[in-house]
Design a binder for this molecule. Structure first.
Ligand SMILES: NC(=O)C1=CN([C@@H]2O[C@H](COP(=O)(O)OP(=O)(O)OC[C@H]3O[C@@H](n4cnc5c(N)ncnc54)[C@H](OP(=O)(O)O)[C@@H]3O)[C@@H](O)[C@H]2O)C=CC1
Ligand SMILES: Cc1cn([C@H]2C[C@H](O)[C@@H](COP(=O)(O)OP(=O)(O)O[C@H]3O[C@@H](C)C(=O)[C@@H](O)[C@H]3O)O2)c(=O)[nH]c1=O
Ligand SMILES: [Mg+2]
Length: 283
């Protein structure tokens, strides 16, 4: 059984590597800005399943690098999905809460209308549409607020800032589900198996950690678990200026995913404990 993973250094890719039994391709081995090279890599390796864990994820910089972000997040997954469909191999593609505009307070269902507010979200939506069009055995897994001990993420940013700050202003009106990369990795492997057995499960799904919280709540839990004394002041998004607009309501309704695949939302507070342990941060 050969599982081919695009990405070697990213959060989800590192967790897939840690689970073992996968072949991870670095940027040198498959550059997503050259979509056809990704399709060629799939044909060359002739795997039993493909997981795309690589993406252009720098949300603010994507506003200036729209063309590159669209190639990497839109056209590369398109080429991967076509190659997989031709070979009848399961293809797992990870997408994001940022395909929604963040209106309302209800969790978003997979079938609801997308309307990205930033260039990253639009580039990821282009990828989703191409993967859906390619057909075959596939799952698009929209997740949110990914964290791990590897790469850059909100947990590591908060720990770094706490080294020389005892008070932080964090947005309190954006709400979503923080998701441990380790749970996404295990889920992707389970999806390869399930899709290999049953192509009718193909589709677009939501998978995020529970419970839903604001970035401010998330920061407070990080500092509580890490034993860092930092005062977190909740602010409005309008008080925190960034190049890219971020959705306010990022809650994802994961019920169709749970029903189809029998995989429940993980409690991110357990995942956070493991990440702090990996980072050797103890109270
Ligand atoms: N991070 C998050 O909060 C969220 C992420 N997602 C999605 O989850 C998936 C995994 O994200 P995550 O693990 O956080 O990613 P990271 O940001 O941790 O890593 C991105 C990975 O993509 C690789 N990459 C970027 N550009 C290219 C390229 N041109 N060619 C080849 N490889 C490239 C990077 O390689 P290199 O080291 O060489 O740059 C790195 O391995 C992505 O699809 C992302 O959109 C969804 C929701 C939230
Ligand atoms: C550092 C900092 C951030 N913030 C806010 C900004 C932002 O709204 C929120 C989170 O900051 P980040 O830079 O981690 O956000 P961002 O990089 O936009 O995170 C997103 O990444 C992409 C890849 C996704 O797909 C999304 O699911 C989501 O995880 O916290 C503060 O309010 N105060 C601070 O001091
Ligand atoms: Mg970021």
């Amino acid at each position: 059984m050969t599982i081919l993973v695009f990405g070697k250094t990213g959060q989800v890719a590192c967790e897939l590597k840690a689970l073992g039994n996968v072949t991870c391709l670095s940027r040198d081995e498959a550059d997503l800005s050259d979509p056809e090279s990704c399709a060629e890599a799939i044909r060359k390796h002739s795997p039993n399943g493909v997981i795309n864990a690589a993406a252009y994820t720098v949300v603010d910089r994507a506003e200036e690098e729209v063309t590159l972000a669209t190639r990497v997040n839109g056209w590369a997954p398109a080429a991967m999905a076509k190659a997989c469909a031709e070979m009848d191999v399961p293809f797992i593609h990870i997408s994001t809460d940022y395909v929604f505009d963040g209106s309302g307070n209800e969790p978003w269902k997979p079938s609801e209308l997308t309307n990205p507010k930033n260039a990253y979200g639009l580039s990821k939506l282009i990828g989703e549409k191409a993967v859906q069009e390619a057909g075959g055995r596939y799952a698009i897994l929209r997740t949110s607020w990914v964290f791990s001990s590897h790469g850059s993420n909100f947990v590591k940013s908060m720990l770094k800032l706490s080294e020389d700050r005892d008070q932080l202003n964090i947005v309190a009106d954006q709400v979503g589900g923080p998701t441990p990369a380790a749970d996404i990795a295990q889920t992707c492997l389970d999806l390869v198996d399930q899709l290999a057995n049953d192509a009718s499960k193909s589709g677009t799904y939501h998978f995020s950690g529970a419970p839903d919280v604001s970035w401010k709540d998330f920061a407070e839990t990080i500092f509580a678990q890490a034993g860092r004394e930092v005062t977190v002041k909740g602010i409005a998004t309008s008080e925190y200026s960034t190049p890219a607009t971020r959705p306010l309501n990022s809650r994802l309704d994961c019920s169709s995913f749970e029903q189809t695949f029998g995989i429940a939302r993980p409690d991110w507070r357990h995942g956070l404990k493991n990440v702090l342990k990996d980072l050797e941060i103890t109270q």
